[in-house]
Design a protein around this ligand. Structure first.
Ligand code: HEC
Ligand code: HEC
Length: 291
């Protein structure tokens, strides 16, 4: 009897393991094919300024877009996920130092990365959230690139991204935005400039940086980061509907909520939102209140 049961459960277990393995290998083929695809896109060239005021404006954009969370404050790159199951996910050293961007990295190459999520070769970048950047105005992208080009070289070799079995399965299922190029409308014509005033309209533009986690409707949901805490509703239907501008400002600058919770920067990146100006926070507040 016992032997029969064991044989039976063994058979089921074997079946399950077999099915999981087949599923994994199918996902791996699907994901590898997507990684191998070469895109042909038309890159609309922009003229990149180099004066110090433009560079400073670009530095502010780098700060409020949270680029430093993945590429480091000095742009020298860093590993931000290192998990045997999910994989090694590392932001490139963007400087011209050793281990950094290749010699001859051109204005076109910067635009390929930021607006299309692609390498200079046309192959897709992994994880780099260009789907949040491709609608940035020409003005903002040009100023951002001005800053990126101005940063002094740092020698720092960063391990290249590699995706583990769980990372492969999650991206195969569409639960991990592995290949941003797939989420981009490559013919999108971004605005030349946007008016930077404390209006809901400008808030909507800024909220692109929140949409990757809070979703485009700002209603939140599951974390885009495997194992991350649920993302809250920041439309007027959530707590924000009850908060004053001053209270919202404190949340954005310190992660402390009016009801006494301390949000962790790893969950809700307030080290990033801390760097928004008062005007930018007000614009976001006005926009979120309309939802
Ligand atoms: C969530 C993490 C993350 C954020 C935020 C992020 N990046 Fe990246 N970025 C990456 C990763 C990972 C790569 C390397 C991808 C690869 O090699 O496949 C990358 C690659 C790049 C590249 C391409 C370098 C090359 O070798 O062609 C550029 C340029 C870049 N990022 C700029 C930026 C800028 C500017 C910002 C902010 C506007 C930003 N990144 C924000 C993760 C991020
Ligand atoms: C990397 C993902 C991520 C990004 C990007 C992000 N958030 Fe969040 N945010 C979260 C998570 C997760 C929580 C919930 C944290 C918790 O409950 O501990 C949160 C919570 C909040 C809260 C508190 C809501 C409440 O009811 O307590 C506010 C306000 C907020 N986010 C605003 C923003 C704004 C505005 C942006 C864009 C400028 C933004 N977030 C970008 C992940 C993110």
């Amino acid at each position: 009897m016992l032997r029969k049961v064991l044989k039976w459960t063994g058979g089921i277990l074997g079946g399950i393991i077999g099915a999981v393995l087949i599923f994994y290998f199918v996902m791996r083929i699907v994901v590898n094919n997507k990684r191998d695809k070469t895109y042909t896109v038309e890159v609309r060239m922009l003229s990149i300024p180099s004066d110090s005021a433009s560079v400073a404006e670009g530095a502010h954009i780098y700060a409020i877009k949270g680029c430093g969370d993945c590429h480091g404050k000095d742009l020298s790159g860093k590993i931000f996920v290192n998990d045997p199951m999910v994989g090694v996910i590392s932001g490139t050293n963007l400087t011209s130092g050793k281990g950094g961007r290749p010699a001859g990295y051109s204005d076109k190459d910067w635009l390929m990365a930021l607006r299309h999520g692609l390498r200079p070769t046309g192959k897709p970048l992994l994880i780099m959230p260009s789907y949040e950047y491709y609608k940035m105005s020409d003005h903002d992208v040009a100023h951002l690139v001005a800053y990126l080009k101005s940063v002094p070289p740092v020698d720092h070799a960063v391990e290249e991204p590699s995706i583990g079995p769980m990372g492969t399965i999650l991206s195969g299922l569409g639960k991990l935005p592995l290949i941003p190029a797939e989420m981009i409308d490559h013919s999108h014509q971004a605005a030349q400039t946007v008016e930077k005033t404390a209006t809901a309209e400008y808030g909507k533009y800024l909220s692109m940086s929140c949409s990757g986690c809070h979703t485009p409707s700002m209603k939140g949901g599951d974390s885009p980061i495997p194992g991350g805490v649920p993302v809250r509703d920041i439309s007027a239907a959530g707590n924000l509907g009850k908060w004053s501008l001053g209270e919202f400002q404190v949340v954005m600058r310190t992660g402390k909520t009016p009801d006494g919770r301390q949000l962790k920067n790893e969950d809700m990146p307030w080290e990033m939102t801390r760097q928004y100006t008062d005007m930018e926070i007000e614009a976001l507040y006005r926009y979120l209140k309309t939802l």
